[in-house]
Design a protein around this ligand. Structure first.
Ligand SMILES: [Zn+2]
Length: 201
């Protein structure tokens, strides 16, 4: 599996490609910005490796603890974090729930401190309306996040496959049982050190 730095490089190097293809297909700078932004965020901070102590996790800074329950409940590289669509969907739901809880708590505090009363129903309707009204934008962002996460998962799997092939040849990919590591005996006779050449006189 590639290191965090390799993953970052892959994300940054493929960014122009993702942005270019999106713009070519949509002709919309807004959508392109959202897809590219989602791709960056998905690749650098919001990717599958949030299920382990990783660069993505560290980038959340003082907020990184919010991912601890996520890490605790998922095995590293499990289908629920690294799988297509499901990984990003679960992370979006997870983060949205946390954001909802946090905004609910802060609104209650503001209500209590400021002695004001919110119309919670109106608030809910507003949120719903903006989600529906910005459906295309939300979808573009999600697609960006998903491509970012997939570039990660693909390079994880590609990297492992490549290592297997390097170690065991093409059999490593097919997974034949013959491909067990054979121990190379360490006592194999080494070539004798050449006697130092006598200086010509
Ligand atoms: Zn990974």
């Amino acid at each position: 599996m590639p290191s965090g730095r390799t993953h970052d490089r892959i994300t940054l190097w493929t960014l122009p490609f993702v942005a270019g293809v999106t713009f070519w297909q949509t002709r919309s700078s807004n959508v392109t910005l959202l897809v590219a932004g989602g791709f960056m965020f998905g690749g650098l901070m919001f990717g599958p490796d949030l299920d382990i102590y990783s660069r993505q996790y560290q980038r959340w800074g003082f907020l990184r603890w919010i991912w601890l329950p996520y890490q605790k409940s998922l095995r590293h590289r499990s289908f629920l974090s690294h799988g297509p669509i499901i990984g990003t969907t679960l992370r979006v739901i997870y983060l949205s729930c946390l954001l909802a809880i946090a905004s609910f708590i802060s609104l209650v505090i503001v209500e209590k401190l400021g002695n004001t009363a919110f119309n919670w129903q109106d608030l809910g309707k507003n949120v719903e309306r903006s989600l529906v009204g910005y459906g295309t934008e939300c979808l573009a962002l999600f697609i960006g996040l998903e491509i970012g996460a997939m570039s990660h998962s693909l390079s994880d799997w590609g990297g492992s496959a490549y290592k297997r092939v390097q170690k065991k040849g093409i059999h490593g990919l097919i997974g034949t049982s013959k491909a067990k590591k054979r121990k190379v005996s360490s006592s194999s006779p080494r070539t004798k050190p050449k006697p130092s050449r006598k200086p010509k006189l």
